[in-house]
Design a protein around this ligand. Structure first.
Ligand SMILES: O=P(O)(O)OC[C@@]1(O)O[C@H](CO)[C@@H](O)[C@@H]1O
Length: 344
């Protein structure tokens, strides 16, 4: 169990352009395709990557606002109100998608994500305006998750450019075409922090995912290609293998404590939240990584898309190493926990 040395200071604003209601189906045994499965009662939680980041930050007492498209009477709005999460919605006429998680007893997590409804150009413009307004004076803006169908793949790049005059740092966690578009959009569209997982980095670097997970030098070389494109800080989450943080200040790697994995959904989002909470508390890079891994592990040990409270996060249990094979960095005054495979 761990608490931060200082409380998080400053606002975080997250955007979830393609939010979801996450329905977790808990299977009594291994999935048998073609059979009838009698489920335990299932739970539904508000989700989408930016929503999860915001929930974890709010649970730690951080100042956070989450921006999303949703009708006022959409169940996700009521669910977020119940959690007390400050939100700014742009109204739409289509319901928020439902994403399904199949959770098997051995911790295997299978995700079935609906595409979500398309956003019309006016809604996109309104989302960008709301985001810009809340970003004024914020410390971080987080752009997370897939883009709804039909959204130009370079929309995140446009948002990064538009947000620059707010002075907020910008973190991005996305995948596939939007991630590629972001990294090829030019130097004025580069985020301050990128949080790929091994699969995403492998796609970007053209290297097999297994190689990145097994070989830290290969992972570091691939991360280097992101720095070459101007990304200042990279948080590479490696599921059960921990994570790596790289910036001009150096490189740190961290291994999570052994945990019983219940659901890896949202573990990557919680890792990003842990990093941001540590940054807001003034923690140095090694501690930011410690918090990232500790939060990811705590998330993976919880069911469904649940996010941990600080009391569930065990920072000192995370082994942080300076460099790839250097000496272990003991916890400073700050703490936190880490992850199973980070399923999108
Ligand atoms: O379809 P996307 O936007 O890539 O991911 C959506 C999603 O899988 O991400 C979160 C976990 O990271 C879940 O809450 C949500 O269902």
């Amino acid at each position: 169990m761990s608490t931060q040395a200082a409380p998080p200071s400053g606002r975080v604003v997250t955007l979830t352009a393609n939010p979801s209601l996450d329905r977790t189906l808990t299977l009594p045994g291994p999935l048998e395709r073609g059979g009838v499965v009698r489920l335990a009662p299932s739970a539904t939680e508000p989700g989408g990557k930016g929503v999860n980041v915001a929930r974890a930050i709010a649970a730690a007492g951080g100042d956070v606002v989450t921006v999303l498209p949703a009708a006022d009477d959409d169940p996700i709005v009521a669910a977020l109100h119940r959690l007390g999460l400050p939100l700014a919605t742009v109204p739409v006429t289509t319901p928020v998608r439902t994403n399904y998680t199949l959770a098997e007893p051995d911790g295997t997590t299978t995700k079935l994500n609906e595409p979500g409804a398309a956003l019309d150009p006016d809604t996109r413009t309104a989302l960008a305006a709301v985001l810009h307004r809340y970003a004024q004076g914020a410390r971080w803006v987080v752009l997370s998750g897939s883009l709804p169908p039909g959204t130009p793949v370079d929309w995140y790049a446009d948002l990064v450019r538009a947000l620059r005059d707010t002075g907020a740092r910008i973190a991005v966690d996305t995948s596939e075409a939007p991630l590629l578009a972001l990294l090829t959009a030019g130097p004025d569209a580069v985020p301050d922090l990128l949080k790929p997982n091994a699969e995403e980095l492998a796609q970007l670097a053209g290297v097999p995912e297994a190689e990145l997970v097994a070989d830290r030098d290969a992972a570091l070389a691939a991360v280097g290609t992101l720095h070459e494109r101007g990304v200042a800080e990279v948080l590479l989450t490696l599921g059960a293998e921990g994570a790596l943080l790289s910036s001009a200040e150096g490189v740190w790697s961290a291994a999570p404590p052994p945990i019983a994995v219940r659901s890896t959904v949202g573990a990557g989002d919680c890792s990003l939240a842990g990093h941001l909470l540590a940054h807001l508390a003034g923690a140095p890079p090694a501690e930011r990584l410690r918090f990232a891994v500790a939060y990811g592990a705590a998330s993976a040990s919880l069911p469904g898309s649940a996010v941990p409270t600080p009391a569930q996060v065990d920072g000192p249990a995370v082994r942080v190493t300076a460099g790839l094979s250097g000496s272990t960095t003991p916890p400073s005054t700050a703490p936190v926990p880490a992850a199973g495979r980070d399923v999108r």
